[in-house]
Design a protein around this ligand. Structure first.
Ligand code: PA5
Length: 448
């Protein structure tokens, strides 16, 4: 039995009984493209077996590096953008208490983990340096290409601070580079300076890389079990291999969102009822958006955080343009529950909730919203996860990865490339005056 539960029982009104079954032939073809490597982008399928087929020596080095950082640093700065940061950020948030980074040093077992190089905001970098102050810190710089502008600039600045604080040799021992095995400026710099390095496997694209050293080192530094994370993913790898839709909930999700897309539901909202799952949606948006948004088609991935956004986006979801579908990730057992206190008087009118817990109220909100949105013609799917443990997260990551790969093939695109991301990078290089981009720079400047 699957560890997480995909629930499509509220789709009756939107998808007829026969429709899912009729997708079987297409799903079988998509499964074959994925598993046999006959589909587009087949060189980038190594994430499929990553949970079981990974470099065990490197895994041990990741744990050792995490231990060293935990011992000598109060802060880990993780520098990367897109697929080189979202998975780690999502996991650190998901796996720890909501205010993980806010706990003061004397109350914490593990370093704070902050992310940089995911924007070009100078204020952000300034503020982070300020927050670190004179405390000990280390840097994990992550870039497959080694040339992405945002992380490269941030890395220069944090490296400069490390050198000021620890001297060149000391700084080099606090820099951990996660990059391509052979190519790229970061690889060259790491070799020249003797940084400890970890490899982003060739056949794993950025958005599928959270279970590689890209995600594993920051997650391990935060104190979460990467053994359990990988075990959850490995069990999901076994659970989601059946091409038969009736037995494969990840494929059901892929097929149903495609059925809905073809009926005009072109935007999917990933929703949650736990604030520390906000970045699950950010990671998911990259996974879905970069995988599926091409050839002028694809489901637009968006998100909402409930019950917060019921008081902002809720009106639109209930009654706005009817192109929305929603997928809710529901935690069946929250990390903590709180009783709703009793009071002698009933001045706030809440007496009817006495004897209940907050999670009871959260669950009733989810149930009420699901029915209201369904009545408002928003197709609703949900994914029930039992808890917020590393095992469950590994399982969930794999569920989404395998689902989007099949979903992309169902929609006739290559789910593993990202030509659109490269287009913007090239333009930015040209406008910044990078050598080699002079001609493009001239052309773009004329158009501006
Ligand atoms: O998924 C992708 O390929 C992108 O989002 C990249 O991860 C992102 O652009 C960062 O690239 P790099 O790791 O080469 O710095």
């Amino acid at each position: 039995m699957a560890h997480i539960k995909f629930d499509s029982s509220k789709l009756d009104k939107f998808v007829h009984d026969n429709e899912l079954g009729e997708m079987q032939a297409m799903v079988t073809a998509a499964d074959s493209e994925l598993r046999k490597g006959t589909g587009a982008g087949s060189d980038f399928r190594d994430w499929l077996t990553l949970p079981t087929d990974f470099d065990k020596d490197e895994f041990a080095r990741i744990k050792a590096a995490a231990k060293k950082i935990q011992g000598d640093s109060k802060v880990l700065v993780v520098i990367g953008i897109g697929g080189s940061y979202l998975g780690a950020k999502m996991a650190v948030d998901f796996l720890h208490d909501t205010f993980f980074n806010y706990l003061p040093d004397d109350q914490r077992e593990f370093p704070q983990v902050f992310f940089a190089g995911n924007s070009l905001s100078p204020s952000y970098v300034y503020d982070l340096l300020n927050l670190i102050g004179d405390r000990d810190f280390s840097v994990n710089v992550i870039s497959k290409s080694g040339t992405t502008t945002e992380p490269s600039i941030a890395f220069r600045i944090f490296k400069e601070r490390l050198i000021e604080k620890y001297g060149l040799d000391g700084a080099n021992q606090r820099i951990y580079a996660t990059t391509d095995k052979q190519r790229g400026a970061l690889r060259e710099e790491a070799i020249a300076n003797g940084y400890e390095t970890f490899v982003i496997p060739d056949g794993v694209g950025g958005r599928y890389s959270v279970l590689s050293p890209v995600g594993l080192l920051p997650i391990a530094v935060s104190g979460a079990s990467i053994d359990d994370l990988m075990q959850g993913a490995a069990d999901a790898q076994t659970a989601y291999t059946d091409e038969n839709l009736a037995n494969n909930e990840a494929y059901q999700y892929a097929a149903l969102r495609n059925i809905l897309y073809r009926k005009g539901y072109t935007t999917e909202l990933l929703e949650n009822y736990e604030p520390n799952m906000q970045y699950l949606a950010e990671w998911w948006k990259q996974l879905m958006g970069e995988s599926e948004g091409k050839d002028e088609k694809g489901i637009y991935p968006s998100s909402a955080n409930f019950s917060t956004d019921l008081h902002s986006l809720g009106q639109y979801i209930q009654e706005g343009l009817r192109n929305l579908m929603e997928t809710v990730v529901v935690v069946d057992k929250p990390n903590h529950d709180m009783d709703i206190p009793s009071e002698k008087d009933n001045l706030d009118g809440l007496k009817y909730l006495e004897g209940h817990t907050m999670s009871f109220a959260n669950t009733k909100a989810f149930e009420g919203v699901t029915l209201a949105h369904t009545d408002g013609n928003v197709p609703n799917m949900s994914i029930h996860i039992p808890d917020q443990t590393p095992y469950t997260l590994g399982y969930l990551i794999y569920f989404f990865e395998v689902a989007v790969a099949v979903s992309g093939y169902l929609n006739g695109i290559n789910p593993f490339n990202q030509p659109g991301v490269e287009a913007y990078k090239k333009n930015m290089f040209a406008l910044l005056g990078k050598p080699g981009f002079e001609e493009l720079g001239k052309e773009l400047n004329q158009r501006l």
